[in-house]
Ligand binder design. Structure first.
Ligand SMILES: Nc1nc2c(c(=O)[nH]1)N[C@H]1C(S)=C(S)[C@@H](COP(=O)(O)O)O[C@H]1N2
Ligand SMILES: [Mo]
Length: 264
């Protein structure tokens, strides 16, 4: 996807958020005037309704499916980027054990915290999709991903009221920081978390997910750029905000200046 297209979508979405605020303000402040019959209030209520329609359109846009491709378009080798061979001791031990001891933890604002093995995840409903990955560095690659819809896992855990985001905690250290806190992390909101193409993938191109591409489990969130696709996942934290998440911007690259919303 050309960079200028994603940028225009992002600024459009920014405008949409402004619309939400405007609609809420107009309804909150002028709604009462409208009920009492003030002409200016009614006019403003109309524009609030227009703003709400704009927001609904943007939401529909976000829930639309990403294009899917044919088998013939799948790249023979899926390009890898970022961490491709984590050397973190806990990761190496899990990998050397064939990921038998690996668990996906689901925690935070959930009714029932989960601890799932790879076999548990494979026994759940599966989805396979051929999609194009777009890295912000300017390359794309088509791959066939197999995994569990994230919404299925969230339903098993039961999301508590007030939850707004899924934060993904990864096993790999991308940057050696002084405090040893250079592990990768990412987050999505529930529009993306519950999108039908958002899966926790354990398979690539008909085989197990290679280490280079995030084994044993990585996120596919197909309406967003490459850096949102968290690899080497160990935990999903369901959260109300990013207050407790490192720099507070919701992701490793976001804390280093990238946009949190990386829609394509
Ligand atoms: N845990 C983890 N996830 C990550 C990264 C990383 O370094 N560590 N890099 C991101 C970036 S920038 C891209 S483009 C994709 C690369 O996925 P791939 O290696 O399967 O191509 O993973 C994303 N997710
Ligand atoms: Mo990327």
């Amino acid at each position: 996807m050309p960079a200028d297209n994603s940028i225009s979508r992002r600024s459009l979405f920014g405008f949409g958020l402004f619309g939400v605020g405007a609609a809420a303000t107009a309804l909150g402040i002028f709604g009462r005037d409208a009920v009492s019959g003030s002409a200016s209030g009614v006019g403003l209520l109309d524009s609030a309704e227009n703003a709400t329609r704009t927001v609904q359109r943007l939401l529909l846009d976000r829930t639309a499916l990403a294009p899917e491709f044919s088998e013939a378009e799948v790249a023979p080798t899926f390009r890898a980027n970022g961490s491709t061979d984590p050397t973190d001791a806990d990761y190496v031990a899990l990998r050397d054990g064939g990921f038998k001891d690996w668990r996906l933890e689901v925690a935070g604002l959930v009714d029932k915290p989960l601890s799932l093995s790879l076999d548990d995840l494979k026994a759940m409903p599966q989805r396979t999709q051929i999609t194009r990955h777009d890295c912000v560095e300017g390359w794309s690659c088509v791959g066939k991903w197999t995994g569990v819809p994230l919404s299925h896992v969230l339903d098993l855990a039961g999301v508590k009221p007030g939850a707004r985001y899924c934060v993904f905690r990864c096993l790999d250290t991308l940057e050696q920081t002084a405090d040893g806190n250079g592990k990768y992390y990412e987050s999505v909101d529930f529009v993306d978390a519950r999108h039908p193409q958002t899966i926790l993938a354990h398979g690539l191109n008909g085989g197990p997910l290679p280490v280079a591409n995030g084994a044993p489990l990585r996120l596919r969130v197909e309406r967003q750029l490459g850096y949102k696709q968290a690899k080497y996942i160990k935990r999903i934290e369901v959260a109300a905000d990013f207050a407790g998440v490192e720099g507070g911007k919701g992701g490793f690259w976001e804390d280093r200046g990238y946009e949190w919303y990386a829609g394509i």
